[in-house]
Structure formats: C-alpha cells, structure tokens
Design a protein around this ligand. Sequence first.
Ligand code: NAD
Ligand code: MG
Length: 352
Amino acid sequence: MKCITVSASSAYDVLVGRGLLRDAGRIVRAVINAPLAVLVSDSTVDALWGNTAAESLEAAGFRVLRYVFPAGEASKNTAEYVKMLEFFAENGVDRSSVVVALGGGVTGDLAGFAAATYLRGIAVVQIPTTVLSCVDSSVGGKTAVDLSAGKNLVGAFCQPRAVICDPDLLDTLPEEIFIDGCAEIIKYAMICDRELLDALSGPDFDREEIIARCVAIKRDIVCRDEFDNGDRQLLNFGHTLGHAIEKLSDYKISHGRAVAIGMSVMARACAGLGICSIRDADLLIGKLETFGLPTGCDYAPEDIAAAAAGDKKRRGNTVTLVVPKAAGNCILNPVPVEKVTEYARLGLGGRV
Ligand code: NAD
Ligand code: MG
C-alpha cells in the first residue's frame, strides 16, 4: 500500500494513503498506548465509515466508544461541545484515552476542541474525510466552535498526535462538497506553488500526491507562524472577500465557492493595479473554471467591502489582504479598510 508521510511538525506525522482507514488502529496504537478510544463522527460519516474505523481500532486492542452528532455546521456550537464533554465524563474517558475524530472540518474542530479542553487536554488523532479537512482543517492545530455572534469564536490551539488521511474516503463525498474543498487546493498553489497550479488539470487529480503537497505547504507556513500573527495570514488568500460573500449570501454560497470568487476578484484587481500580470490572473481564473468553481458574483463592490470590514481578522482600521504578485507567489498587503472597496470594484469589473 502506497503511503506518503508528511512530518507536520516535530510532534506528529500526517499519513496519506489509500486504504489507510483499515490500518487506523495500528497507526493510532503506534502513537499512543491508550486503553480507550472515543471515535467521534457526524451522523453521515458514522453511517458510511464508522464501522470500518471502529473495527480497526478494536483489532489494535482499543476499547471503542462511539459518539455521533448530527451532521452539519449547525452542530459546531457550544451546546454540542458540552454534550460531548458530558458523554466523555459519564463514560469514564480519562487522561489515558484518545479521541479519534473521523469526519470533515466540523468533526475535527468540535472533537478537537473537546479533546483540547477535557481534563485540560487529552490526546486526539484526526481522520479527515472531506477534501477541505484533508488539506486544511486537520493540519495546523486550530480547533474551535461557533457562537451566535460568529464562526470559530471559541477555540484552542491543539496539535493532534497523528493525522490519518485516506483518500478513498472521499469516494462517498457528494461532488459539490468535493469541489468546494478543491478551492483550497487551488489557493495553496496560487499562494506559493506554481508547479502545483500547473499540475491541477481538473477534479480527477492524483489525490495522494496533491493532498500530501498541500499538507506540506500548510505545514511550512504554520511552522513559520503557529499562532497566526504573520505568514499564516497567507492562507487567507481569497478569504477576506470570500467570507464577506458567504455572509452576504446568507451562507447560501458555500465556503469554497465564495473563496473561489474572492481569489478571482483579488487576482483581477491585482492585474488591474499592475501588481500581477493579466496572464497570471487568467491562469488562476481558468483553473477555477476547470473545477467548475465560480469566479464572479452579482453583489455590489461596496456591499462586499462593507461586509469585509466586519472581518474577524481586521486589526484596527487595517485589513491584511493577500495579493498575488504572480501565479504561485502571494504576499501580505496591509491596507486601510476603505481600500477594500477599490479592490472589489476593480476585481468585479469583468474579465481582465
Ligand atoms: P463538514 O465537516 O460539515 O463536512 C461537510 C459535509 O460532508 C457534512 O454533511 C458531512 O457529513 C459530509 N461528509 C464528510 N465526509 C464525508 C464522506 N467521506 N462521505 C460523505 N459525506 C461526508 O464540513 P467541511 O467542509 O469538511 O469543514 C468545514 C468546517 O471546517 C467549518 O466549520 C470550518 O470553520 C472548519 N475549518 C477549520 C479549519 C481549522 O484550521 N481548524 C480550517 C478550515 C476550515
Ligand atoms: Mg477556507
């Protein structure tokens, strides 16, 4: 079985390989000698992959407890978080136990935050099951739940003991969700890897190679700035405008699609301002189109800029925009909030 190991930090590895779920028990056992594993999944993933994961953990000698919550972002809240903690406490989960988060970003964030805080922190292993969670949320150590006031407002930095990424699990993913996660892959390529951008010819890519490459990119950026005060902001390419577009659509436009629009707007604006070439902006936009991702929207630039001004990452009157200088080379550009309107206006002015 082919397996690519990406050392995410000195502390843990991300293993990428088809069929690895069946081997999950052995892999978890190698990093933690726990008697008890709590397998946490949402209702959809549990029905599809829960038994395979549980059987593998049992075969490796773990006593397995299963905890299932309703699928969807709506579950990533404090009530579900407390429910999970109560379940841990009622069922004898202790410091020697391991939480195994099997699912997408919602499961990883919710179970990761529960593990980070229960008894002041117990071990967690991530088994991502969406493109987004394979290449993004399972790596980097951020965990969080949402508040009514906004997404990811309560959380903790907590590194997993291991990440087990089995691309076969993506076979059951609805196409729409699969494609949504691909926007983040294109994002990594545009930020810092021109070769990766060239290699992406559509949704039928070499999953193992591409996922491993994205994990390595995120690892390198996170290593330079674990707590998100500098270079980690590069991962926000397309996200300042993307979040604004998600919000304006009342979350009817999904995250990946909104980010695709955000990246396109930034690339067109930067081409208009002479920061990057028209050819490189078009290259990005062409790649997004190859994946069936949107590259424009009907919202007014002023509305997008106003929604972006409320961004959580704003510091005082400054928003740090991620701007492409070339395909595969983005830089941080702190600008006054008012300047965002100019980018949105330029970037929405049609194809460059
Ligand atoms: P998700 O976990 O809700 O998964 C999306 C949907 O796909 C769910 O309905 C789920 O049940 C279903 N699903 C998952 N795997 C499946 C499979 N293999 N087969 C069939 N269906 C499957 O959402 P997501 O897009 O994976 O993650 C989004 C979340 O990630 C957001 O809450 C976001 O804030 C978070 N996030 C966190 C970080 C981080 O660094 N911690 C980074 C990016 C995003
Ligand atoms: Mg994102």
